[in-house]
Design a protein around this ligand. Structure first.
Ligand code: SAM
Ligand code: SF4
Length: 470
């Protein structure tokens, strides 16, 4: 545990999160006792001094540059010294690392100069700097255009069971089956009204993502009704990508795939998370490795432009060897996209609330797994094309989307980089509205089906506001 004393408000968030890189528990205090590890700051007009008290000793870092960044570096260097460890992303906490790189790329042309800044001013490791630059260069090429177009996200908050690591707003469809019909009726109404509003404001939709939850949890008839409604307003040929998350193999049937194909969907997600049956059982997925292999064969027959497979590193019961087998099996199936998440311990998840039941991997084990994955991806032609981090992610690592050349998902890059307007329909999504260059506002949708139905009128009003129609 480390205690932070007299930390000015504007530094508290960063100080807490930088300290969390080195200590499990962090507490803000204002009393003057000196027991345990204590950090405090003294600042005057000329310098800031960050001090660390421990075991009756004191060590300090001084900076004459009073910018927030330099004071954060002083804290990072102190803690790194005392704990004899480093964080791969240095002082970058709570920010999207690739965004920092884009900002620097707007200021400097020379990549060497950018590398030096990322190393000196942020303490990012050289392998992560190379990774961030590779992703940023790819994004500039693929998504720094079509800024007037809108992406649509449509959320279906139902799944065949709730996974123990997940905190997405979703409902077990077996327990909440009565909600499905009314939800789909309102969702179809929202889709129609939104397209009418888009028409009257002359806005062009060039990308659709149907996510969740697991959209293929609903029946083939319900799926068809929704896709047919969308089809009345768009020509799939005008879209640069049309994705559906079919995530769970236990929701996919031949008929649903026929429906999905018929309405022009180009990208489909079939997500193993792991190919170890022991891991799948522990995380409550209700499907096996064999189900993934069978369903993948079925999906492959339909020749979508891209199949994506999501994986999670650091799942309970997973070991380096079982992770290796997962990667080897997934790579053999040759999906166009592989998205590698590092487990995040989400507040509302079963794992978070029952930690004693789960034996989770340590930071250095995760690191070893991620290095192995990076190598395997590269050997098989997969390149990283988007990257983001989440709160409470194991080892403070990241999620990386890999793709075969030319098969990168536009929507995934857009949602992370926030340069395009995204309009979210249904439960669980977040609309992103551009106010000015580099300034977007997030407008979260309701997280419960009950609220969505009860307050439907508000949802349409929000859409009008988003499109500047009120
Ligand atoms: C919105 S979820 C939906 C996918 C689909 N329902 C499925 O489970 O196959 C998208 C992805 O986020 C990842 N994910 C969800 N919770 C996570 C967590 N706590 N830590 C890391 N990744 C997570 C999983 O890989 C999941 O496939
Ligand atoms: S990971 Fe996917 S299937 Fe599992 S609960 Fe979350 S949204 Fe549902």
């Amino acid at each position: 545990m480390i205690k932070l004393r007299n930390i000015p408000n504007k530094l508290q968030y960063d100080f807490i999160h930088i300290s969390k890189l080195f200590f499990n528990d962090v507490q803000l205090i204002d009393e003057s006792n000196n027991e345990g590890y204590i950090v405090d700051i003294v600042q005057n007009d000329d310098e800031a001094r960050v001090s660390l008290f421990f075991d009756g000793k004191i060590i300090e870092e001084k900076t004459t540059d009073l910018e927030k960044n330099s004071i954060k570096l002083a804290l990072y260097d102190l803690l790194s010294k005392i704990r004899n460890s480093k964080s791969e992303y240095g002082i970058l906490v709570g920010v999207r690392p690739v965004k920092v790189v884009h900002k620097l790329m707007n200021q400097y042309e020379d990549l060497k100069e950018i590398k030096t800044i990322l190393e000196k001013d942020y303490r990012i490791s050289s392998s992560k700097i190379d990774l961030l630059l590779e992703v940023a260069i790819k994004e500039r090429h693929l998504i720094f255009k079509d800024f007037e177009a809108i992406s649509l996200y449509i959320g279906i908050p139902f799944c065949p069971s709730i996974c123990t690591y997940c905190s997405f707003p979703s409902n077990d469809i077996n327990k909440k089956s009565k909600l499905v019909n009314p939800y789909m009726e309102y969702l179809i109404k929202e889709i129609k009204e939104t397209f009418e509003l888009l028409r009257s404001s002359n806005r062009r939709v060039d990308n659709i993502y149907i996510g969740g939850g697991t959209p293929t949890s609903i029946s083939n008839e319900q799926l068809e009704m929704m896709l047919k409604t969308i089809d009345e307003y768009i020509n799939p040929d005008d879209l640069n990508e049309y994705t559906i998350e079919a995530g769970r193999p236990d929701t996919i049937t031949y008929e649903k795939l026929e429906t999905i194909k018929k309405y022009g969907i180009t990208r489909i997600c079939l997500n193993p998370q792991s190919m170890s049956n022991k891991v799948l059982e522990k995380i409550g997925r209700n499907h096996t490795r064999e189900d993934i292999i069978e369903t993948h064969k079925l999906v492959k027959e339909f020749q979508f432009n891209a199949i994506n497979m999501d994986l999670i590193v650091g799942l309970p019961e997973d070991t380096f060897d079982s992770l290796k087998s997962t990667i080897e099996e997934v790579v053999l199936m040759k999906p166009e996209n592989i998205t590698v998440h590092t487990l995040a311990i989400k507040k509302a998840s079963h794992i978070k609330n029952n930690q004693e039941e789960y034996n989770l991997a340590k930071s250095d084990e995760i690191h070893k797994m991620l290095i192995y994955i990076e190598k395997k991806m590269s050997e098989n032609g997969y390149k990283p094309y988007y990257l983001y981090r989440q709160k409470n992610i194991l080892g403070n690592f990241e999620n990386i989307g890999y793709a075969l050349n030319g098969k990168e998902s536009i929507y995934n890059m857009r949602i992370i980089e926030e340069r395009h307007n995204i309009l979210a329909l249904g439960v669980g999504g977040v609309s992103k509205k551009k106010i000015e260059e580099d300034y977007f506002i997030r407008i979260p949708n309701f997280r419960s089906v009950e609220d969505y139905i009860r307050r439907f009128d508000e949802i349409i009003d929000r859409k009008k506001k988003f499109l500047n129609l009120t």
